[in-house]
Design a binder for this molecule. Sequence first.
Ligand code: IMP
Length: 427
Amino acid sequence: MPALVLVGAQWGDEGKGKATDQLGGLVDYVVKFNGGNNAGHTVVVGGETYALHLLPSGILSPGCIPVIGNGVVVDLSVLFEEIDGLEARGTDTSRLVVSADAHVIAPYNRTLDRVAERFLGSRRIGTTGRGIGPTYADKMNRVGIRVQDLFDEKILRQKVEGALALKNGLLVKVYNRKAVGVDEVVEELLSYVDRLAPMVADTGLLLSQALDRGETVLLEGGQATLLDVDHGTYPFVTSSSATAGGACTGSGIPPNRVDRVIAVIKAYTTRVGEGPFPTELLDDDGERLRENGGEYGTTTGRPRRCGWYDAPIARYAARVNGVTDFVLTKLDVLTGWERIPVCVAYEVEGRRVEEMPMTQTDFHHAVPVYEHLDGWTEDISTARTLEDLPKNAQAYVQALEQLSGAPFSSIGVGPDREQTLQLRPLL
Ligand code: IMP
């Protein structure tokens, strides 16, 4: 099997880290193709919890080469902080490869992310404040700094000067901040060069050659379908392509080499930041989902907004990504509810709609149409096959699968690697 894509189906935090980690043991390369240290993967291995923000989860699988692809934006201070943290816990990080074409999050972009959010006031996006948006904006504006630029001091200085000519105008005249000096930025970026140099490669070429040799490549999406800059709930999205299409542009692998698209979907829904969320619960049920599911941001610690499973979103994710397999996660969090509502369609201005509405205005006004399924009270965290689940949990999973537009291949009943019902192999 050549290349597999793994994406989030909802608004992120579906538990991709665990899925990637499980697949990581079976693949030769795990590639992060978008986003930066705005992502938060929590991976539990043998009772040890690892919170990764920037590094691909494949870093925890000894046989696998983790790759930071060209589509990623890299905060070098975070990169080395995470490497040092893992090394201190005995994890070997020496296999990591970083694309020469990946963009670097310059320090002024972290500042700009935060001040822009404050400036937007009630129209803020609720970003993670890590400089992700401004760095992607620089990339499109063609004033970005790439990893390869760090190896040519003259070029680096020119590029930083060019970028700061624009940024300082903004910082000083619009946001009322101090100007940033070229020297301090260049100096900071150059301080990473010696450690970075051995990791840098032409990752598109490296991955193509691996595929030619019949090796397996897993392309891991940060964020998720509804946070995709094109296909998500714009403008309340991240700034990169988090859907399956982004896996190709963000890694240099052509579409015809991808033959499986796995989407991770939670048995309920969460989102962080602002923006529409039809099944959001602002009551005790929402609070209970948050507490049972530990729904607090890995990167920011923010409490996540929680709501019931939304099948139109699942069908949308299936369509946009060409999902071949869903990985359902956190089913155990729903244990204890007598009845579990599932959103099967929306009502928009008195009309029932089965699909994601075309306009954001309609999505804002979409009222969920719920079907209520019977819940279960038994502890399901030790279940390892579908038959181990109580009848009502089996029926819940089957109903979700029928509504969601692609088969469920795996079901998570707890955070540990082993707490998984594998219905069909992903590889
Ligand atoms: P940014 O990616 O920091 O620009 O934030 C843009 C939006 O994406 C905000 O609503 C964030 O909360 C959201 N976001 C970014 N990364 C993640 C993630 O890994 N999980 C969930 N939401 C995210």
